[in-house]
Design a protein around this ligand. Sequence first.
Ligand SMILES: O=c1ccn([C@H]2C[C@H](O)[C@@H](COP(=O)(O)OP(=O)(O)OP(=O)(O)O)O2)c(=O)[nH]1
Ligand SMILES: [Mg+2]
Length: 151
Amino acid sequence: MTTTTVDLKVLDARMAEQLPAYATPGSAGLDLRACLDEAIVLEPGQTTLIPTGLAIHIADPGLAAIILPRSGLGHKHGIVLGNLVGLIDSDYQGQLMVSCWNRGQTAFTIQPMERIAQLVLVPVVQAAFRRVEEFDASARGAGGFGSTGKH
Ligand SMILES: O=c1ccn([C@H]2C[C@H](O)[C@@H](COP(=O)(O)OP(=O)(O)OP(=O)(O)O)O2)c(=O)[nH]1
Ligand SMILES: [Mg+2]
C-alpha cells in the first residue's frame, strides 16, 4: 500500500464536515456523498448527475481515480452509475460528479449527504505506440470472445 497526497478543494462548505476518508485501514475506496440541498427521487430507469461538492487535482499522470458503485446500493436498490465506471483524469480540476442510474424497478430517494459511490485511486501507465506490421507470435494470437471454450 502506498499513500499519496492529493490536493482537494471543498466547493460546498457542508462537505468540510464529512471529507472522504477510508472507513477501515484496509479500505480501497473513499465514499463520495451527494451534495444536495434536498432529496432527489430517482425513478426506475432515470439517470441524474449528482455533485459531490468536492474537487481533486491528482496532478501525477501516473495516477487516476475511478468512481465505482457501492455494492449495497447497486445490489439491493439498483443504484449504479450511468457511465458504469467514472474515470477521473490526473489533470481534472472540476467538481467530482457522480452519474446515478436507477437500473431497478422501484423509485429510490437519494438523501442529501448520502454516500452514493466510491472513489479509488489507481496507478496508470501511459502507452507510447510503436507501429508494426506484424506482432511477435503469442499463445492466444487473435483468439478471443470465448475462443478458449465454455468450461
Ligand atoms: O463519473 C465521472 C466521470 C468523469 N468525471 C470528470 C473527470 C474526468 O477527468 C472528466 C472527463 O471524463 P471522461 O474523459 O470520462 O469524459 P468525456 O465524455 O470523454 O469528456 P471529456 O471530453 O471532457 O474528456 O470528467 C467525473 O467527474 N465523474
Ligand atoms: Mg475524455
